[in-house]
Design a protein around this ligand. Structure first.
Ligand code: PXG
Length: 495
């Protein structure tokens, strides 16, 4: 078993974290006073780990396994780097969790939050009220999203936004006099969140197994995962076949019962599944043919990750609804939303009556103020253009150099989103057994050697902050190659 192998080689980088002063960030904004005596003595790693074991339930985590090793405590960050409580510097190849698009340590976002909290930290949008930052962000989103979008419904997360999609789409068809149009078609290995509706839309079987999901009226087709399913080298033909599974399913359900199709432009948490160019135009053609709403979940791909503002612009399709979160605020505060196209919005506004849906924090003024400043940073500093013209192609080219590594069966990606498939045999695309072990091993080597790469099974994922420089990309590649070597050596030792 690969799990039983020796502990990964550790090459710790103990460069000190920059002080708040060096980073031009006021101490007051960065370091709230610790008044509680328990916290005052628990800045050491063991103390934090003890608190973690005793009080904290982590998301998507086997607590017993975590407790055996102890949580890694991340204490600060700057640019594309994190520091842990041991002072180790780590290059964050995942932008937090696919979200810190402008990088860590942006003073303007801190200031936007502080100013808004002093002025009006919170007010709701429920009872015929609104706040200036909510409206400023809504108007800015109308500018940066594709032209069919002028309206937004705000939420606090991508999951809540996808719950909103389910309710909004079904409400829309009711208003249109077609209440039988309820079914939403999604894809296996999709990730659309962790709420009941989000996990149902998602295509993660291990999530469905916990809690009797999916809820009724949600169906899944296979994703366009060529590396897993493609049999020959004609990827475009494979893309068309994969898209036509949607038409087959629509006809099996009955076209008059299907409300919408939802998909991520590139499936992120499912393993950075990049569809062939033929896929999305065919999906769009099928949706239009049967009058079905097309929903683009841009939670990961949106706000520049693919070198365009939104993933649908990269692949060339025109969604009716667009789900946003993560990069919307670069993760500095929680916020998500659903962009609603003019034709859907007009129906809902003119004929929809009251939409009985919303969250306390829909349009939260402080989150909106931070998101608005974040979107302006992305726009004014031409960060998306840089990913498109310069650093995105550079990252992709350098990553493809790793394709010569004996462990790497495929390198794929667009812009600042990429995957490396780890295999035992490149020619036949044969994976190690059991799936997931070599990926976990590689991820652990990365973490212990100052690099965060995420493992989805045996697929290694890279999605850095969009501000990563060429020099930092070089460092990422160097560390990734070292960790691939260590992983291969460990696998060979074991064999
Ligand atoms: N849609 C997509 C495409 C996502 O990637 C969500 C919706 C849900 O967003 P919230 O904000 O509710 O988490 C996501 C979230 C992973 C991982 O391990 C990915 C996500 C979340 C947590 C972990 O890759 N994506």
């Amino acid at each position: 078993m690969l799990m039983m192998l020796h502990h990964p080689t550790i090459v710790r980088d103990r460069r000190a974290a920059p002080s708040a002063r060096q980073r031009n960030v006021s101490l007051r904004s960065q370091r709230p006073a610790r008044s509680m005596s328990t916290l005052a003595t628990s800045h050491d790693t063991l103390g934090w780990q003890d608190l973690d074991r005793r009080h904290y339930l982590h998301p998507f985590t086997d607590s017993r396994a975590l407790h055996a090793r102890g949580a890694r405590i991340i204490t600060r960050a700057e640019g594309v780097y994190l520091w842990d409580s041991e002072g180790t510097r780590i290059l964050d190849g995942m932008a937090g969790l696919w979200c810190v698009n402008v990088g860590y340590g942006r003073r303007e976002l801190v200031d936007a939050a502080a100013a808004q909290m002093l002025e009006l930290p919170f007010y709701n949008s429920f009872f015929k009220t609104a706040t200036p930052p909510t409206l400023a962000l809504a108007a800015l989103l109308a500018e940066v999203t594709p032209p069919q979008f002028k309206h937004v419904f705000f939420t606090s997360s991508g999951s809540e936004a996808n719950d909103t999609v389910v309710r909004l789409v079904r409400h829309y068809w009711q208003v249109q006099g077609q209440p039988q149009r309820k079914t939403i078609i999604s894809r296996w290995l999709a990730y659309h969140g962790s709420t009941v509706a989000g996990a149902s839309l998602g295509g993660m079987r291990y999530m469905h197994e916990q809690g009797d999901l999916p809820i009724p009226g949600i169906e899944h087709i296979d994703p366009p995962y060529w590396f897993e399913q493609g049999t020959d080298n004609d990827q475009e033909a494979f893309g068309l076949l994969a898209a036509r599974r949607l038409e087959e399913r629509i006809l099996a359900i009955g076209a008059d019962k299907v409300a919408a199709f939802i998909g991520e432009p590139i499936q992120g948490a499912g393993g950075v599944i990049v569809p062939p160019a033929s896929y999305w135009p065919e999906i769009e053609r099928i949706c239009r043919k049967y009058g079905i709403l097309l929903v683009s979940d841009e939670v990961i791909c949106g706000f520049g990750r693919l070198g365009r503002w939104f993933g649908c612009e990269h692949f060339g399709y025109t969604p009716d609804l667009m789900v946003i979160a993560k990069g919307l605020s670069s993760g500095y505060l929680p916020i998500g939303g659903v962009m609603v196209s003019d034709s859907v919005a007009t129906t809902l506004i003119e004929r929809g009556g009251e939409f009985n849906h919303g969250y306390t924090y829909s349009g939260h003024p402080t989150c909106c103020a931070v998101a608005e400043r974040n979107v302006r940073i992305l726009r004014d500093e031409h960060i998306v253009e840089r990913v498109h013209d310069d650093t995105g192609p550079y990252l992709q080219a350098r990553l493809r150099e790793l394709a010569d590594h004996p462990l790497v069966g495929e390198v794929r990606g667009v812009g600042f989103m990429a995957a490396l498939e780890l295999v035992r045999d490149k020619a036949s695309r044969t994976r190690y057994a059991p799936v997931g072990e070599i990926g976990t091993l590689c991820r652990d080597f990365c973490f212990d050697n100052g690099l965060i790469m995420r493992a989805v099974g045996d697929t290694m994922i890279i999605a850095p902050a969009l501000v990563m420089s060429r020099a930092e990309i070089d460092e990422l590649i160097e560390r990734a190659r070292l960790c691939l070597d260590l992983t291969l050596a460990a696998a060979r030792d074991h064999a």
